[in-house]
Design a protein around this ligand. Sequence first.
Ligand SMILES: Cc1cc2nc3c(=O)[nH]c(=O)nc-3n(C[C@H](O)[C@H](O)[C@H](O)COP(=O)(O)OP(=O)(O)OC[C@H]3O[C@@H](n4cnc5c(N)ncnc54)[C@H](O)[C@@H]3O)c2cc1C
Length: 434
Amino acid sequence: MWEFETDPEFQEKLDWMETFVSEEVELLDALFPNQAFVRPMDPVVAEIIAPMKQKVKDMKLWACHLGPELGGEGYGQVKLALMNQILGRTAWAPMIFGTQAPDTGNAEIIAHYGTEEQKKLYLEPLLSGEIVSCYSMTEPQGGADPRVFTTSAVRDGDEWVINGWKFFSSHARWASFLLVMTVTNPDVPIYRGASMFIVPADTPGVNIERNQALYGHEQMGDGSHALIHYDNVRVPLENMLGSEGEAFAIAQTRLGGGRIHHAMRTVGQATKALDMMVERALSRETAGSILADKQSVQNYIADSYAQITQFRLFVMYVAWRIDTLQDYKAVRHDIAAIKVLTPQVLHDVSQKSLQVHGALGTTDELPLAGMMYGSTIMGLADGPSEVHRLTVAKKLLKDGKPSEGMWPSSWIPGLQEKARKKWAKELEGHEAAQ
Ligand SMILES: Cc1cc2nc3c(=O)[nH]c(=O)nc-3n(C[C@H](O)[C@H](O)[C@H](O)COP(=O)(O)OP(=O)(O)OC[C@H]3O[C@@H](n4cnc5c(N)ncnc54)[C@H](O)[C@@H]3O)c2cc1C
């Protein structure tokens, strides 16, 4: 059975979200642009957002990516997709709804792999929003290919000693703890030789060397993406997350969910860019008519609508597959395909919308230039598009098979011969009649 309907009870929640996000949360974007992640602990901001968070909790919409055992609602990915399409319109919404990265993914893996003690120490305060966390995997010499990672952890009695450099560890400067991927067995391929550790941020030897800033967001050196030197960092044995050698399985659990959540929010962002394009086309007059009367502008609108709708349906379909199969591995190539589309859709729609807004579109007084830059980031964060394309292609090529003989199986002369054999009797009469 195929259905495209939302149950009416949940639709009421979505309607509430639409109003709340457009009337309250979007104002935060205007008041504190680019700061949703830059100063999460600022007391003034905290005072403004506390009652907003409470409203979300009262509506039973807090941390909806989590199951009920962790304080979420366990709505599943399809409902989460519908919600994220609303949240994606604003940078602040994930913070207000308890779904901000990297804390969401970090919470998921501690919930999945953590001991009772680890959950108590790190997961509980993370879920209640008391603290923020960091995921420290990429290294300065490379992120797309983990085989170049060298940060190591070596066992010394009752402790592990971590040494090495990590790059683009987002939010490290505010984090209470970091999840650090390390090589614990260099003699086997890294996919079996890496282990994950929970490192409290105040452990001696955790040295943030630079806080790199995204272009146009913060001042150089005062950003939220850290270059970290782990210099003889000692953690007790019980700080390993999961088992020795299990870091990549853990990373996959984290990234599978994270990637599709980015895509869900991107549907929201791209839709916002389209809404803005339509409004501008109906409002701006030039060369004797409004922009909406120009055929090229109509083309922009129609193409954007088609592109977003295609993308949205793909995202919803994969969300439904995750809910149905409960297995990220089975949909890995679909999530990778979505990850490839995410920057493309956002780029194409925001670029057209910016074009229709003229010079104003290029300024920091509209979100469109930020969306275009954001689309570039989306093509890198959680792995570059090229690598996701490989995942898709590998799966299809593995499932495919070569043709028998020299000609492709769709070679028409070959098919004609097959057909003639199959209907030889019938064709005898037909050919005689001709
Ligand atoms: C905003 C932002 C936040 C981030 N947050 C975090 C975080 O919190 N924690 C963390 O650990 N990391 C984080 N990252 C890092 C991110 O995961 C890496 O940037 C990503 O994995 C790519 O690694 P790299 O930047 O070293 O690029 P490289 O690995 O050097 O790749 C550069 C380019 O080479 C090409 N390329 C690479 N591999 C292939 C291939 N197999 N085939 C074809 N072409 C290829 C692609 O064009 C790619 O973009 C973040 C990145 C961004 C932009």
